[in-house]
Design a binder for this molecule. Structure first.
Ligand code: PMP
Length: 444
């Protein structure tokens, strides 16, 4: 595309873009060339307010000097070192720092950290740890993995098997034995709710039904996002997660929280585990782990799970890992990120802003064709009436319009999702609501 109108833009042909309608995008590209604080700069020089923290990951805002300096220092000191039968101090230091803020606090004991490079890898790692744990404690018949409809757990074969996104599953084979709970979105009973919906805790009993159907002795683990993000901000009803925890405990099923989005302050506590006060056995993380700067993921495992594997025969306890597990550059970025979170109180800042956030977002109620608004912490899902002839088109139009007017949003089906960096100011929240409201009016 050498005739592309944007100067200094390379040809768009070679990059096969992920999760993108490539032909549509390349006909009318949206390119970001710089970022600082709460704003991106588009390639035509326009400033674009970041309503989505990139892809739910830039929690401390863009262009953080502390992270850049740490990465540069680390690159110059130790650019790479293996972590297979070798080690380097930065990975141990980062794991220790993470253990200090591990989900659920010290009592939860979720302070053994396995490093990966992405959310998808964290999910597949957590599922494999669960299977290995069950085997290690003599429960090797437990091979079934339970997920949830409308769950998003990345794109590995494990993740798409427990995930509940049809287009993610249609083309590819699934792990045998995966099964699913129903999702918790019930617009008939819960609409325009600020925070957790009142109705639907009993949906957790789906797990009890699957236990009756398959036998507890076949089920290794159940994985859910505490708040489903990518499928449109589905917030768990009051009591739901507690009930799921209880059923898992009674039947020897490990509970995994996928906190790739909810981790690192999104809800107003360090993790959703802390926010809801429900403690799983494994927690996945990524994204905010390095403020989105260097690809990295992590799995927090409980001491119970970890120690069971460490009690096995001498040798490799978990036959799993990545060349880049605990990559020094990622770890350096991660430590610098945690420093910023701590110094600026970002892991709890969403709690201070969440009332204003909810008020601004729920003010969009009453705009034409807005059928639901859901908010928690610094997340919002604004659902629009689906166009029968073109499902998803209306929200997509809103997304494109917002971008043209200087606001980055995220679209998923007929839902607009917002999740700004945790450094967002109140004025910027108002600005987001105003731009979005206008775009919704135009799309109606
Ligand atoms: N789990 C959840 C809950 C996610 O939101 C995502 C990404 N949006 C993933 C897993 C996958 O992460 P990644 O894209 O880094 O592989």
């Amino acid at each position: 595309m050498t005739d592309h109108p944007l100067r200094n833009t390379p040809s768009l042909d070679a990059f096969w873009m992920p999760f993108t309608a490539n032909r549509q995008f390349k006909a009318a590209p949206r390119l970001l060339v710089a970022a600082q604080g709460m704003h991106y700069t588009a390639d035509d020089g326009r400033s674009v307010l970041d309503g989505t923290a990139g892809l739910w990951c830039v929690n401390a805002g863009h262009g953080r000097r502390g992270i850049a300096a740490a990465v540069e220092r680390q690159l110059a000191t130790l650019d790479f070192a293996p972590t297979f039968q070798m080690g380097h101090p930065v990975a141990f230091a980062f794991a220790e720092r993470l253990a200090e803020i591990a989900p659920g606090g010290p009592e939860a004991g979720l302070d053994r950290v396995f490093f990966t490079n992405s959310g998808s890898e964290s999910v597949d790692t957590a599922l494999k740890i669960a299977l290995a744990y069950q085997r290690a404690i003599g429960q090797g018949t437990r091979t079934r993995l339970i997920g949830r409809e409308r769950g998003y757990h990345g794109v590995g074969f494990g993740g798409i098997s427990v995930g509940g996104i049809v287009s993610n599953r249609r083309v590819f084979p699934q792990l045998p034995g995966a099964d699913h709970l129903r999702h918790t979105h019930d617009p008939a009973r819960n609409r325009f709710v600020k925070g957790q919906p009142e109705h639907g805790a009993e949906l957790a009993d789906d797990l009890e039904r699957l236990v009756q159907l398959h036998g507890a002795e076949t089920i290794a683990a159940c994985i859910v996002e505490p708040v489903a993000g990518s499928t449109g901000v589905l917030i768990p009803p009051k009591g739901y997660l507690e009930r799921l925890r209880d059923i898992c405990t009674r039947h020897g099923i490990l509970l995994i929280f996928d906190e790739v989005i909810s981790g690192f302050g999104r809800l107003g506590a360090p993790f959703a585990t802390d926010f809801f006060g429900v403690v799983p056995d494994l927690v996945t993380a990524a994204k905010g782990l390095t403020n989105g700067t260097v690809p990295m993921g992590a799995v927090f495992a409980s001491r119970t799970v970890h120690d069971a594997l460490m009690r096995g025969p001498d040798g490799i306890e978990l036959f799993h890992g990545y060349t880049y597990s605990g990559h020094p550059i990622a770890c350096a970025a991660g430590i610098a990120t945690l420093d910023i979170y701590r110094e600026e109180g970002l892991l709890t800042r969403a709690a201070d802003l969440s009332d204003d956030w909810a008020a601004a977002m729920h003010d969009l109620r009453g705009r034409k064709r807005v059928t639901d608004i859901r908010t928690l912490g610094l997340v919002a899902g604004i659902e629009l009436e689906s166009r029968p002839d073109a499902p998803g088109q209306r929200a997509y139009d809103v997304f494109v319009d917002c971008f043209a007017r200087g606001l980055l949003t995220r679209v998923t089906g007929d839902i607009i999702a917002l999740s700004p960096p945790l450094i967002v100011e109140r004025g910027q929240i108002a600005e987001m609501a105003a731009v979005l409201g206008d775009a919704i009016d135009r799309a109606a």
